[in-house]
Write a protein that binds this ligand. Structure first.
Ligand code: NAD
Length: 256
């Protein structure tokens, strides 16, 4: 069971943290934040150029990058085998990589549906399933899954993405209680960002972005760093009794 005594306080000094989708956006901000907090970061993505640029600017030494497609089981197995060889354990897994596009259910082909489910949900299953043996070796590990406000509330055109992100939400809770029930010292929580200023959200039109800003009580997009802060908190021993829950970081959007 998770230790009642925080091992690391609020920092991440000496910890090994794996972040998917770390080449840009929220994942890159999360990698930077973990490095600043003293962790050794394993940055994974399909964008190798982006990975190289992100890792080059990280504080501290010993960080690693892997070309890992989160939908491909073999990629997980080979990256984690290397992590085991080099570090022998994993303290934090952030399942962040994801993708979405505005499309109604009726405009979505089965192929597009399967792509959304694979990148957003299969990815979380594969990471959780295969990283678990290394997380168990930590003694005080945490998984943070990046869902979305769209996993909690829907909007027209976000149906298939919402279904995938709702899956991430409930899968996180299920993993948390299964870990606890089986004596694994791994906490599992999900983060639900609202509108965040990243390459993904910049793909929408100026009009749509303005409408989104207006719909947020705080009147603006989040920065990727604001989401990274929430992820670091949930992964830290400051959250040692926070388990199987969700942290919404949306400027008040879902409160209205
Ligand atoms: N930006 C937002 O407004 C917002 C809101 C809520 C939730 N989210 C979620 O936050 C997470 C990060 O989003 P972001 O806005 O930083 O996106 P982004 O597109 O800016 O960055 C995502 C990263 O994931 C990588 N990626 C995509 N497919 C991959 C795959 N198959 N394997 C490995 N890496 C892959 C991309 O190369 C990219 O580097 C996603 O899960 C997204 O759904 C974003």
């Amino acid at each position: 069971m998770p230790s009642a005594k925080p091992a690391n306080g609020r920092g991440h000094g000496g910890r090994i943290a794996l972040v998917t989708g770390a080449a840009k956006g929220i994942g890159a901000a999360t990698a930077r934040a973990f490095a600043e907090a003293g962790a050794t970061v394993i940055l994974c993505d399909i964008d190798e150029e982006g990975l190289a640029a992100t890792v080059a600017e990280l504080q501290g030494e010993g960080h690693r990058t892997f070309r890992l497609d989160v939908t491909v089981e073999e990629d997980w197995l080979s990256a984690l085998a290397e992590v085991e060889k080099v570090f022998g354990r994993l303290d934090v897994l952030v399942n962040n990589a994801g993708w979405g596009t505005l499309r109604t259910i009726f405009d979505t082909s089965f192929e597009q549906w399967r792509k959304l489910i694979a990148i957003n949900l299969d990815s979380v299953f594969l990471g959780t399933r295969h990283a678990m043996p290394l997380l168990e070796k930590s003694g005080s590990a945490a998984i943070v899954n990046v869902s979305s406000i769209r996993g909690l509330v829907v909007g027209v055109g976000a149906g298939p993405y919402s279904a995938a992100k709702a899956g991430v939400h409930i899968f996180s809770k299920a993993t948390a209680i299964e870990c606890a029930a089986t004596g694994r010292a791994v906490r599992v929580n999900s983060v639900h960002p609202g509108f965040v200023d990243t390459p993904l959200s910049r793909a929408t039109s100026d009009e749509a972005r303005a409408a989104r800003r207006q719909s947020v009580p705080q009147g603006r997009y989040a920065t990727p760093e604001e989401i990274a802060d929430a992820i670091l908190f949930l992964a830290s021993d400051a959250a040692s009794y926070v388990n199987g829950t969700e942290l919404v970081v949306d400027g008040g959007f879902t409160a209205t």
